[in-house]
Design a protein around this ligand. Structure first.
Ligand SMILES: Cc1ncc(C[n+]2csc(CCO)c2C)c(N)n1
Length: 228
C-alpha cells in the first residue's frame, strides 16, 4: 500500500474537515466576507515567504539533481506565480507590497510556519516532504472541488483564486509531491513511517486552523483589534 493511501485512510475525517470549513464553503459559494478574504491573503502572503524557505531547504537536502531541480522550480513558482496572485489581490484591496511584507503574522500563522520550518531544518528529506504534502494536496483538492461549483471560477473576487488552485500546473506540482513522499517512504521502518504520519497529521490540523484563523480574523488575544 502506498504511504499516501495509508494516511488518507487513517486520517480521512480530519482531512475532510478542511474541505468543509465555512471559509472554504463560502469561498466556493462566492458569499465569503471580503474582509475575511483580505485578512487571509495577507497572512497567506507571509506564510508563503516562509514556505519558500522550506523549498530552499528541500533543494539543500535533495538526494539527487532531479529532486533538487524540482525544489528549485517550486521555489521559483511559489515566489513568482503563487505570490503574484496575492500581490494582485493586495493591490485590489489597496495594500502596497511593502505593507504586505511588513504585516505581522497571526499566532496560528507563526505556529504553522515555525513548525514546518523546524521539521524542514532538523528532519530528513522524507520529513520535509511530509511537511509539505498536506499543504500542496489539500489546496489542489479544494481548488478542484470549488472549480466544479457553477460560477465559482468566474466570481469577480474569488474566481482567480479558484482558477489558480485548480490549474494543471498546480495539479502537477501536487502530484509530484505525492510521488516524492511515496518514494521516500518506501522501505522505511514502521517507527519512521509513524513519524511521517505525525507530521502529516499536524500539518493537516494546521491547515484547518489557518482557515479558522482567517474566518475569525484572529490575531493575538492580548492585543487591541486592529484592521490588518
Ligand atoms: C496556508 C496555506 N496552505 C497551503 C497553501 C498552498 N501552497 C502553498 S506553497 C504550495 C506549493 C506550490 O507553490 C501550495 C500549493 C497556501 N497558499 N496556504
Amino acid at each position: 500500500m502506498k504511504f499516501t493511501d495509508r494516511i488518507f485512510e487513517k486520517y480521512q475525517s480530519t482531512w475532510r474537515k478542511n474541505h468543509e470549513h465555512p471559509f472554504v464553503k463560502e469561498l466556493g459559494a462566492g458569499t465569503l466576507d471580503s474582509n475575511k478574504f483580505r485578512f487571509y491573503m495577507i497572512q497567506d502572503y507571509l506564510y508563503l515567504i516562509d514556505y519558500s524557505k522550506l523549498f530552499a531547504l528541500g533543494a539543500v537536502k535533495a538526494p539527487n539533481l532531479e529532486v533538487m531541480t524540482v525544489f528549485a522550480n517550486l521555489l521559483y513558482y511559489t515566489m513568482n506565480h503563487e505570490m503574484a496572485l496575492h500581490r494582485k489581490y493586495a493591490s485590489r484591496f489597496g495594500i502596497t507590497e511593502k505593507e504586505l511584507e511588513e504585516a505581522k503574522p497571526s499566532p496560528v500563522s507563526l505556529a504553522y510556519t515555525h513548525y514546518m520550518l523546524a521539521v524542514a531544518q532538523n528532519g530528513s528529506i522524507a520529513e520535509l516532504a511530509a511537511a509539505h504534502f498536506a499543504c500542496a494536496w489539500s489546496y489542489w483538492e479544494i481548488g478542484c472541488e470549488l472549480a466544479k461549483i457553477p460560477g465559482a471560477k468566474e466570481h469577480e473576487l474569488y474566481g482567480d483564486w479558484v482558477k489558480m488552485y485548480s490549474s494543471e500546473e498546480f495539479g502537477q506540482s501536487a502530484q509530484w509531491n505525492l510521488d516524492l513522499l511515496n518514494q521516500l517512504a518506501e522501505g522505511k521502518q514502521e517507527s519512521e513511517l509513524l513519524r511521517l504520519e505525525e507530521i502529516f497529521l499536524n500539518t493537516t490540523r494546521f491547515e484547518y486552523m489557518f482557515w479558522d484563523m482567517a474566518y475569525h480574523q484572529q490575531m493575538w488575544p492580548t492585543d487591541e483589534k486592529v484592521q490588518l
